[in-house]
Design a protein around this ligand. Structure first.
Ligand code: SF4
Length: 229
């Protein structure tokens, strides 16, 4: 049986923000098994959101050889589609660096794609034990934790990011997340303040400010950034 093609919800041909320090094309893959209430790509949670083709993506990459550093597979959750592993391998063979945005929902697929991946942006959404309150998916904390451990063991460059809405995470939660990551040897952490743009609007329109991040946390990391998500 022929392998299914990637379901792509959109392509950004040039981005300087999706992979820090790199000029990359970004493929937003359709489908995600989790339902975070702050999701800014909620229309991409369904596989039915596909509007672009894998061949379109690779035709674009063919035209951009020498102009782009790499390609980022984002979403949705890119590992919701097993075919992304072959796509990463193919992009590498063309000479592109490969970046991956993931929530960590598919540790086994992550293990398979890591040898073809140069950088990972991993969401760390909550303390592991209360993960499901954010993702609304049973067992999500165990999966995300296993994904983090796989990336660290593989030695692939990693940025962790935590989206902070005050109704979902307390300052004590933020502190617990940061200390857990630092104790594991994570060197890069970003706090992304909730923004209502692109969400379903189900959360109260509140946000957080850089001064609300406890003072001792940024110094735990080699690289720390506060962003508006
Ligand atoms: S894991 Fe990411 S794509 Fe999936 S629902 Fe949460 S924020 Fe949206």
């Amino acid at each position: 049986m022929a392998k299914p093609h990637l379901l792509i919800g959109g392509i950004a041909p040039f981005s300087t923000v999706d992979w820090p320090g790199k000029l990359a094309c970004v493929a937003f893959l359709a489908g995600c098994p989790w339902r975070c209430p702050y999701c800014q790509n909620h229309e991409l949670q369904s596989p039915d959101a596909a509007t672009a083709t894998e061949e379109g993506l690779f035709a674009l990459l063919e035209q951009r050889r020498g102009l782009l550093d790499g390609v980022v597979f984002s979403g949705g959750e890119p590992l919701a589609q097993e075919t992304v592993i072959d796509a990463a391998r193919r992009a590498r063979e063309m000479g592109f660096l490969v970046g991956l945005h993931t929530c960590g929902a598919y540790p086994e697929r992550l293990r398979q794609i890591l040898p073809h991946t140069d950088w990972v942006g991993l969401d760390v959404k909550a303390p592991w034990k209360t993960y499901d309150l954010v993702t609304r998916a049973p067992g999500s904390g165990r999966r995300a934790q296993e994904s983090l451990e796989l990336i660290l063991a593989a030695g692939v460059a990693l940025e962790t990011r935590t989206t902070w809405h005050p109704a979902l995470l307390s300052p004590a939660d933020i502190t617990a997340i940061a200390h857990d990551l630092a104790a594991r040897g994570v060197e890069s952490w970003s706090v992304q303040a909730y923004r209502a743009t692109g969400t379903t609007g189900e959360l109260p329109d509140e946000t957080v400010y850089p001064s609300e991040v406890p003072d001792d946390l940024p110094g735990l990391f080699k690289t720390y950034e506060f962003r508006r998500a």
